[in-house]
Design a protein. Structure first.
Length: 368
């Protein structure tokens, strides 16, 4: 019978009944029971794995993909479990089927976005983006160019790696720094008047990354005031930051179809550390401008450490190994957003955005 870690009695009972129905040949009843099981606890990826396999047997291929990809969002290990020695045969069978289908689908989706962009812009050279890799769902094995540089979502192998950007890469740097005092004042007022807008930077599942992440997962030990998140505007906060938004209009901020992908204030409380990790993509520069800082807060990128300085822009490729800390008793607050890698052409930026947008559009249509 299905075993799913911590006790989830109602979910276990429903899913075990689903397995019995599946084994007896009543596949439609099994699908209904798996869906009821998922409704009991939507955070557990295992029922998604079983439901997807069942839907595939029913030749409901797109529905199976949706179930599997939703489960993989909860825990990417779901589609890789088949690689683990000693894994139960039923899990191995289902994980391998999910792995093959999800990787094939998302790799084809990237190719479709590139072909459509090329059709609209026949003279554009977007070969580097056509060769890009969606790291967690690529349909074949690949190697990173540098073990210290491993974006975990999107990777363009032929894009020049720049660990830390200099002023020559940021002609807009002076505009942002000139607004530092106004931005700080806007933040202080917004925090006082809209304190409930502060949210944890990390989701609860980040605690599973290791012991060093537990104190900041789903916690205001690392908080954030999000002006934009995944392209969605927080209207309640936006109206409080006119000077911030005016400065950002002069910067090639990375955008989605609906708006800037991410603009936020990152608040790291005293005594907290963000462990070493790799960021999302090597097509971005991650831009920080400290507006509240202390002498004991800093960031390490590869082998070099940089202390945060009020009003001084610091930009780096967060796909490089990095960590940050605040060893003081006070908070550290940085304005944080993403801008494009300066080595990308306008058409390459458009092709990257098209790939992200098509993937996100498909993801938004998923259901169980």
């Amino acid at each position: 019978m299905l075993q799913m870690g911590p006790p989830r009695n109602d979910q276990n009972r429903l899913c075990n009944r689903a397995i019995e129905s599946e084994e007896s040949g009543d596949l439609e009843a099994a699908a209904t029971l798996y869906r009821k099981g998922i409704a009991c606890d939507e955070s557990n990826p295992t029922p998604y794995l079983y439901l997807g396999y069942l839907l595939e047997r029913l030749e409901q291929h797109d529905a199976a993909l949706q179930a599997w990809s939703l489960g993989a969002d909860l825990d990417p290990r779901m589609i890789n479990a088949w690689r683990s020695p000693g894994i139960a045969t039923d899990i191995q069978l289902r994980s391998k089927a999910a792995n093959d289908a999800v990787r094939r689908h998302f790799t084809d989706l990237h190719r479709t976005s590139i072909a459509e962009y090329q059709k609209q812009h026949p003279k554009a050279n977007i070969d580097r983006i056509a060769a890009a890799i969606w790291c967690q769902t690529h349909d074949s094995d690949f190697n990173y160019n540098d073990p210290r540089h491993k974006p975990h979502v999107f990777f363009v192998p032929d894009l020049d790696p720049i660990a830390v950007y200099g002023s020559q890469h940021m002609p807009w740097q002076g505009i942002l720094e000139a607004a530092a005092d106004e931005i700080r004042e806007e933040f202080l007022v917004a925090r006082e008047q809209a304190a409930d807008e502060e949210k944890p930077y990390l989701e609860p599942k980040a605690a599973g990354l290791g012991a060093g992440w537990k104190s900041i997962a789903d916690s205001l030990n690392w908080g954030t005031f999000q002006l934009y998140k995944q392209g969605v505007a927080n209207e309640r906060l936006l109206k409080r930051f006119p000077a911030t938004l005016a400065a950002l209009r002069s910067i090639p901020v990375l955008t989605t179809a609906s708006g800037p992908r991410e603009v936020l204030f990152s608040v790291l409380r005293g005594g907290q550390r963000i462990p070493p990790h790799f960021g999302v993509a090597n097509t971005d520069m991650t831009v920080h401008m400290p507006i509240i800082t202390t002498e004991q807060s800093a960031i390490r990128v590869v082998d070099d450490t940089y202390e945060w300085q009020f009003g001084q822009v610091f930009s780096f490729d967060d796909a490089f190994d990095h960590e940050s800390w605040n060893d003081s008793d006070e908070e550290r607050v940085n304005l944080l957003f993403e801008a494009w890698h300066p080595g990308l052409t306008e058409h390459e930026k458009g092709a990257v955005a098209a790939s992200f947008d098509l993937r996100e559009s498909w993801n938004q249509l998923r259901s169980i």
